[in-house]
Ligand binder design. Structure first.
Ligand code: PLP
Length: 378
């Protein structure tokens, strides 16, 4: 059901109050549905959420047709009516984003660096010839998606957060390999659990030379579905062997560290934060933030090629991304030659990883000053 179509002149419309009203007293919903809503809320165990999909109340959509973006539409449907020849289905014209909203001790909701996600979606769109969504429309859609699902933002004490998933797809029909003429932009949200339920801890990762996630001049730097499809087989093999991710080497020479599963890699040594420069890595917004925080802490930041053998010299290593902030690496196994690069003998994260992790989380939850203007407070 399309709940509402907001016109262009709605800047001063009190969306918040409107949706609270809608949820509790809505004439759109029968009483039994409203009671169902309340039951769902009562049954959510905020501290036990996983990184899975939980239905929320609404998602928001915009459509690109005849060279123009439509107004924002709010719907409670989880489905998309889609043409069978839509380019997203056949030619992979789809890109997505991932970001989070957090509830602070003060009860306020904070969205982390959505401007950066808007820019990255534009970069993904240019990479696969999709219509670019203007930054202000992206931000408006994200804010509305959070506001109209406000009751699903987990409480501060749970350590959980609201994951926000913007998605852009080519939605008109093409049979030849050509870009779509029409695009559909959707933002849905879902509450996700704290990544480290039993505390911040290290995990092992493995190098597999038999698989590449993306080609050196391919689509690795943009967030398109095809990259993730290519990572499914090596990912599943890694999980089945007890690893938390695949550490990819550069696809051309297999000499340098590249992406680490769905996260960026970094190493720490001699008070320096070192992360790979590569033409096939997704520019992680978490990594960008950690580089800034490392600099703020007086560390040297290096973005350069990291030869595989340099792993032996790192005091600490980690993966970083929106899901976990930092996943400290216990060891990297190079299974082809039996070498193990160990960063944590006792399974505990190193002091620098812990400091960076705590600093970034404190900014996200509003416990520390947002010196760099990364947070949008609703
Ligand atoms: C391949 C890949 N690399 C890195 C990241 C981390 O990026 P971010 O910090 O923007 O979540 C992600 C997650 O989005 C990813 O999928």
């Amino acid at each position: 059901m399309v709940v509402s179509n907001f016109g262009k002149n709605t800047e001063f419309f009190p969306f918040n109050q409107f949706f609270s009203f809608l949820i509790v007293k809505s004439r759109f919903y029968p009483v039994n549905l409203q009671l169902e809503f309340l039951k769902i809320m009562e049954n959510i165990n905020w501290s036990n959420l996983t990184f899975g999909y939980l239905k929320t109340d609404f998602n928001v959509r915009m459509y690109y047709r005849d060279g123009k973006w439509s107004d924002l539409e709010v719907t409670d449907s989880e489905y998309i009516p889609l043409h069978i020849a839509a380019t997203c289905l056949h030619y992979g014209q789809e890109a997505f984003e991932g970001l989070k909203a957090f509830k602070g001790k003060d009860g306020k909701i904070r969205i982390f660096r959505m401007h950066e996600n808007a820019l990255r979606l534009q970069s993904s769109s240019r990479g696969i010839l999709m219509a670019e969504l203007p930054v202000d429309l992206f931000e408006k859609a994200v804010v509305e998606a959070v506001k109209c699902n406000e009751r699903f933002v987990p409480p501060y004490e749970s350590g959980a957060s609201l994951y926000i998933r913007p998605l852009l797809i080519g939605s008109s029909a093409q049979v030849g390999v050509k870009p779509s003429k029409e695009y559909t932009f959707i933002v849905f949200v879902t509450p996700v659990g704290p990544y480290f339920k039993e505390g911040f801890k290290t995990t092992p990762v493995s190098i597999f030379r038999d698989y590449d996630r993306a080609a050196p001049l391919g689509t690795g730097t943009i967030k398109v579905g095809g990259n993730y499809a290519a990572s499914l087989v090596p990912g599943e093999i890694a999980y089945s062997k007890g690893y938390s991710a695949v550490l990819y080497l550069d696809a051309k020479e297999k000499k340098y560290i590249d992406e680490c599963g769905p996260a960026n890699f970094f190493g720490i040594k001699n008070n320096a934060y070192i992360t790979p420069a590569s033409t096939s890595i997704l520019p992680s917004i978490t990594n960008k933030s950690l580089m800034q925080l490392a600099e703020d802490l007086g560390m040297k930041v290096e973005r350069r090629q990291i030869p595989l053998e340099e792993l032996a010299t790192f005091e600490e290593a980690g993966m970083c991304g929106t899901a976990a902030v930092i996943s400290p690496i216990q060891r990297v196994d190079d299974t082809d030659n039996g070498t193990s690069y160990v960063f944590s003998k006792n399974g505990k994260p190193g002091a620098v990883c812990e400091k960076l992790y705590n600093t970034l989380r404190a900014i996200q939850y509003g416990d520390a000053e947002d010196r760099h203007g990364w947070v949008t407070v609703l």
